[in-house]
Design a protein around this ligand. Structure first.
Ligand code: S3P
Length: 427
């Protein structure tokens, strides 16, 4: 069991690591494009390294350059057949998106992943890609990794998405961009739109009409510059820290503020939380600084369309329920059950350890404010990076009576989480 000394507060200015979603896509589009793509400030973590290795297996070169890489590729028309199984490690984004990226390439490829990823649903991408003519076989009656992609002749299609998932949408779009013909994808809720923005930048014929994305595929993509902003989902832990530690005041620099990602700010505003955003000018993805001070706040209900825009921040929001003046209720979040862990079960396990009053729903949870400090709590990360980071925050908030079983999993998205926290903590 790991413990941390109790800290009094957090104060100062930090930068968080680069955006995981945008780094994955920069590496993938760099490989799909012809020529050189300069990727500046990519996130180097377990998840994004899995994507980089997969792109190398298809023939892309990653040449180290100042603060990043130049990805050099002959483009999607010249992808190699991978000579071995592709290991997506813990990364759902890698597995889902490259299913779509490889499907039209006319190669035989096998994808697998770690224990957690091999339990996560793949049917959600297999189904729409099959409607576009792909041939795929997967374990467990076509639902789980390992997944085999067979050469096929794919075609455009009109697809209505069944899952509120940017990963599913992106798998379809990365395939559609390569296929001669017209594809539309209509999503059930607006999810993160980094793939749409980046495909356009790389020269794809793509447009968006409400919740429908339209792609006329088969055009070559051209290498370009991709500068990766700080990850809002990593910044979120420090927004949370500001609300958890009395006297806190934090500025987080260079954060991606794409509205399809910042649902946490919308939810917190509805709880009465005040913060400042200072946007930078002339950036492809909206970007800026977040300034927030400790303050008291009420709880509230978070549900409906907003859920897709704070999907990775929902466990944090649940933990904030401990410190709110009234309960926090999260609904319509069934997707949390199939993340790196069952994040409803994992979050509630830890909150209950801390002595909180909670309620569990199939699609969410309700957390009541903590009435007294925990006497003793053994938290578990469930080998899920985001649950591990929240556990670390609780350890630092309550001191050595709270412990966590492992924290190595933070390497998946935020390898230097503890050292950045240490930069701004007051003991
Ligand atoms: C991601 C999309 C989300 C998110 C994940 C990253 C992406 O998954 O949870 O961490 O980069 O597209 P879903 O789209 O499946 O909800």
């Amino acid at each position: 069991m790991i413990t941390f000394g109790k800290i009094k507060s957090v104060k100062g200015e930090i930068s968080v690591p680069a955006d995981k979603s945008i780094t994955h896509r920069s590496f993938m589009l760099g490989a799909m494009a012809e020529g050189s793509t300069r990727v500046t400030n990519p996130l180097m973590s377990r998840d994004t390294i899995a994507t980089m290795e997969a792109m190398k297996a298809l023939g892309a070169e990653f040449i180290p350059a100042e603060n990043g890489f130049v990805v050099v590729s002959k483009g999607y028309r010249a992808f190699n057949e991978p000579s071995d199984v592709i290991n997506c490690d813990n990364s759902g984004t890698t597995a889902r998106l490259i299913s779509g990226l490889i499907a039209p390439a006319g190669v035989y490829a096998v994808l697998t992943g770690d224990d957690s990823l091999r339990k996560r649903p793949m049917k959600r991408v297999i189904k729409p890609l099959s409607l576009m003519g792909s041939r795929m076989e997967a374990a467990s009656n076509g639902t789980l990794l390992p997944l085999t992609i067979l050469p096929s002749k794919m075609h455009g299609a009109d697809i209505t998405g069944e899952t509120k998932s940017a990963q599913v949408k992106s798998a379809v779009l990365l395939a559609a961009a390569q296929i001669e013909g017209h594809t539309t994808y209509t999503e059930p809720a607006s999810t993160r739109n980094h793939s749409e923005i980046m495909l356009k930048n790389f020269g794809a014929d793509i447009s968006v009409n409400g919740k429908t994305v339209i792609v006329n595929g088969g055009r070559p993509l051209t290498g370009t510059d991709a500068a990766v902003p700080g990850d809002f989902s990593s910044a979120a832990f420090f927004i949370g820290a500001a609300l958890i530690f009395e006297g806190a005041e934090i500025t987080i620099k260079n954060v991606g503020l794409n509205e399809t990602r910042t649902g946490l700010l919308t939810a917190l505003s509805s709880f009465g939380v005040k913060f400042e955003l200072n946007y930078y000018e002339n950036t492809i993805e909206p970007m800026g600084d977040i300034h927030i001070k400790h303050q008291s706040f009420r709880g509230g209900k978070v549900d409906g369309e907003l859920i897709a825009n704070l999907i990775d921040e929902l466990p944090l929001l649940a933990f904030l329920g401990l410190f709110a003046d009234s309960p926090v209720e999260i609904r319509d979040a069934h997707e949390l059950r199939v993340k790196e862990s069952d994040r409803i079960a994992a979050t509630l396990y830890n909150l209950n350890q801390l002595g909180a009053e909670t309620e569990e729903f199939e699609d969410g949870m309700k957390i009541y404010p903590l009435k007294k400090e925990p006497v003793q709590a053994h938290l578990r990360s469930f080998f899920d990076h985001r649950i591990a980071m929240l556990s670390i925050l609780m350890c630092k908030r309550f001191g050595e009576k709270v412990s966590v079983d492992e924290i190595q999993s933070v390497d998946v998205s935020f390898p230097n989480f503890v050292s950045i926290l240490e930069e701004i903590e007051n003991k």
